[in-house]
Every structure is written in structure tokens, then in C-alpha cells.
Design a protein. Structure first.
Length: 82
């Protein structure tokens, strides 16, 4: 039996060679709207940098932001003895 016969008997498809079967998610570029892979640093269409939004204020209604800041000010005022 020669070494190549093992491979000739097998029916390999392209799917068998995929190491990672998960599909990478895409997001829209905020500048041009093109589909960009979620883990990309830059949009391939327009070159705009894709930065994750890590601000604690993002997506929060203004009322909650104001109430949060007022609460922080109240705690600092109480600790300062005002």
C-alpha cells in the first residue's frame, strides 16, 4: 500500500478543511454604511476607523445621566458635610 492511496480513497470537500465553522458577524460602518467585519479596525470602503463605543453615557436617556450625576454630587456633598 503506497502512502497516497489513503488520500485518494477519501472524498474531501472544502467544508472539511474549515478550521473555524463560526460565521463572523458584520456591522455597518457609521460613516458610509458598508458592511464591515465586527472585529475590523477600519472600514475597507471608506477607511473610517471602527471604534467600539465604550462610553458609559452612550445609549442612556439624558434624564438618567442627570439623575446619576445629581446622585454622585449628593454623595460627595454628604461626605464633605454640606
Amino acid at each position: 500500500m503506497d502512502g497516497d492511496s489513503y488520500y485518494e480513497d477519501e472524498d474531501w470537500s472544502d467544508e472539511d478543511w474549515n478550521e473555524d465553522d463560526s460565521v463572523t458577524d458584520v456591522v455597518s460602518c457609521s460613516e458610509c454604511g458598508a458592511d464591515v467585519y465586527e472585529d475590523a479596525d477600519q472600514c475597507p470602503s471608506c477607511g473610517h476607523y471602527i471604534l467600539p463605543d465604550t462610553s458609559p453615557w452612550s445609549g442612556k436617556p439624558l434624564l438618567w445621566v442627570v439623575l446619576g450625576l445629581a446622585g454622585i454630587a449628593a454623595v460627595i456633598g454628604a461626605l464633605a458635610g454640606w
